[in-house]
Design a protein around this ligand. Sequence first.
Ligand code: PLP
Length: 438
Amino acid sequence: LTPPPTKPPKNTRSEALFARAQNAIPGGVNSPVRAFRAVGGTPRFIAAASGAWLTDADGRRYIDYVGSWGPMILGHGHPAVVAAIQAQAQIGVSYGAPTELEVEMAELLCARVPGMEMVRMCNSGTEATMSALRLARGHTGRDGIIKFEGCYHGHGDALLVKAGSGLLTFGVPTSPGVPADMARHTLIAQYNDLDSVQRLFEAHPQGIAAVIVEPVAGNMNCVLPAPGFLEGLRQLCDRYGAVLIFDEVMTGFRVGPRGASGRYGVTPDLTTLGKIIGGGLPVGAFGGRRAIMSQLAPTGPVYQAGTLSGNPLAMAAGLAVLRQLDDEALYARLEQTTAELLAGLRRAAARAGVPLATTQAGSMFGLYFTDGEPPRRFTEVMACDANAFKRFFHAMLERGIYLAPSAYEAGFVSAAHGADEIRRTLEAADAAFAALAC
Ligand code: PLP
């Protein structure tokens, strides 16, 4: 393995591609965070990936802690996944008719995800959460939903909503184009604060169709559920007849072999999935209690559909990944590697006198530039030093370590990250923290 250069040369191919891209694609990217706006500088255009490594358009190599934002838990180009995609491509990439692969996928998900009795495939995490909400509304005959400030569930209208002024008021859109009439059905609670949820239920005892939550909040970097929080949501939903939805698009098959519901021992009514279950191909899924899932068309009245849903390539890739993940030892190894990485990062930060707190759920991790405890709430996440993160991000990138280009995104370790990758990462971190301390 060639060691990564310490400084990026000027006038790179990434810069040229970014200039071209910005002319033809809004912001030069097909998903905003990729544009590096939160950290500044030029995004690296990626030409190839293998194992734990990315290679950019200039031939520079990076150890990857983004993993395509979560799917690549086995690392890039795992031979079983590549073989499954190639074999399926030979016999057809899409039929628009049912396949045995979809049955296998559904049976496997139902066997492994707590509370999943039936499941429907779709094409993204966004579709999964949108569809789960419609289903919960159809099932309960209610319109209101509760979401948590700082949790992200994709870009569906009902979920691009923040708190209005005053805790018990209706939500307001976070994006132009989301009708205020739509946002007013979304009520915003505070993560890890059951009282804030209770108050919303008390104000609308017959009005809440669903509570949707990231059981580990991976879009506030990585905020862990406080003891009793998920259990409390379960109890409140039961008391008020609302559907509890765990958005496990990120945590599903990531924080453990049975996702966050398995890890924390709380079973929701519906679970949304994505990322890992497609092995890096576009995918989403939502499933749960049979009585609710049976309300979907064609057995029930709630409409949901998709031209490419259950796509054979995505099913083949996802099944190949999930078969590898039927392995407690692999999860134990992932957790251990991640713990070693975080312990090393904390030691390196301490040596340089940089305040750093870390969180971990399986192979998902959070880095917070704060001298306090790791954050438990949105306001505490926002109080961390985002500027220090930005400097650390660039100091690491220059040294060949690819972290998510935002202080609010979780990091991911893959099964392809070995002792050598961790050692290189910690060497880079020593230098990066030292640079930060100057
Ligand atoms: N839900 C969670 C928890 C996510 O992290 C994401 C994306 O990162 C989504 C939903 C949306 O998934 P997608 O980007 O596939 O639409």
